[in-house]
Design a protein around this ligand. Structure first.
Ligand SMILES: Nc1ncnc2c1ncn2[C@@H]1O[C@H](COP(=O)(O)OP(=O)(O)OP(=O)(O)O)[C@@H](O)[C@H]1O
Length: 284
């Protein structure tokens, strides 16, 4: 997969724990159902954690707890670095230029009504280079495609100087090429020492780029651990309630798992054709 278009500034130190969750539990109301109970995990610099589970189980809620937007009812979330939260892109947004959207990531460093400083503009430019969106700097955000907008939102989080990036379904509603591009960018950010947490409905995305996975398994049960252990065919079949197989496909760079659900004909996989997805910014 091509990543050469993404600039690579100096790497941050890796393997330092940046986010810790200790016995956290959450429900929205005293009589409401628990979404998770006694959840513990860590996320280190250089790591991607993927969060998976069926709809309405609490993935976005957990992300909000990790980002400090919601407080667990019990237990603690401790962040040892600043957090950039990238929500799902729900629309085209206002008529801002891309460079101004990214510059907004600096807002928390400014006093009310303070004009962005030279260092803020430099940080925004560096973030655009790091994520590979610099060519669109003078384009209107609202006129970008969904994949392009998602990358701009990631650049905005990077511009904020945050070392922890928390992303809600960053590849949802994107075509295959844009999914590949987003995964390449997130992989690169992790290699550069960011800690990345994302929700996804794509087990193969998680298997492709994550070190660890958190799986919502029951009404409030979660499992956390190495992605290959958490996302086995049997675990996915149990969680999603249908047979799922995980064949390996050959790619130009090796091989990787894809999740193949049973749509009613049984999930035996006889033959997988090698797949290659070329990515380039021009095609976004
Ligand atoms: N502010 C809120 N107040 C009360 N209940 C809420 C609130 N936000 C979400 N919920 C409920 O909490 C549950 C979990 O929602 P959440 O959005 O975290 O799920 P999710 O796993 O991210 O779902 P999806 O995969 O569909 O995006 C759902 O039943 C939802 O209706």
């Amino acid at each position: 997969m091509e990543t050469s278009l993404i600039s690579r500034p100096e790497a941050l130190s890796t393997d330092e724990v940046l986010l810790e969750v200790n016995s956290a539990s959450f429900r929205y109301s005293a009589r409401g159902p628990w979404l998770f109970k006694g959840l513990s995990l860590t996320v280190s610099a250089g790591e991607i954690l993927s969060i998976l589970g069926p709809n309405a189980r609490g993935k976005t809620t957990l992300l909000k707890c990790l980002a400090g937007l919601l407080k667990p009812v019990a237990g603690q979330v401790s962040a040892h670095a600043d957090i950039g939260y990238v929500p799902q892109d729900h629309g085209s947004g206002a008529a801002f230029l891309v460079r101004d959207m990214v510059l907004m990531g600096r807002t928390r460093m400014l006093r009310p009504f303070q004009v962005p400083r030279a260092e803020d503009r430099e940080a925004a430019t560096a973030a655009m280079l790091r994520v590979g969106v610099e060519d669109w700097a003078d384009r209107e955000y609202s006129q970008l495609s969904g994949g392009q907008r998602q990358l701009v939102l990631i650049a905005r989080a990077v511009a904020s100087g945050s070392r922890i990036l928390i992303l809600d379904e960053p590849a949802s509603a994107l075509d295959l090429r844009n999914q590949a591009k987003i995964l390449a960018v997130l992989g690169q950010l992790a290699e550069d020492g960011f800690a990345v947490v994302m929700t996804t409905h794509h087990p193969d995305h998680a298997l492709h780029i994550s070190r660890n996975a958190l799986l919502f398994v029951g009404s409030h049960d979660t499992r956390w651990g190495p992605v290959e252990e958490m996302l086995s065919a049997s675990a996915l079949s149990e969680v999603y309630g249908l047979p799922i197989c995980l064949p390996r496909v050959l790619t130009d760079s090796g091989s990787r798992h894809v999740a193949v659900p049973d749509f009613g004909q049984g999930c035996r996989v006889n033959r997988i054709t090698p797949v290659t997805i070329e990515t380039s910014k021009e095609n976004l």
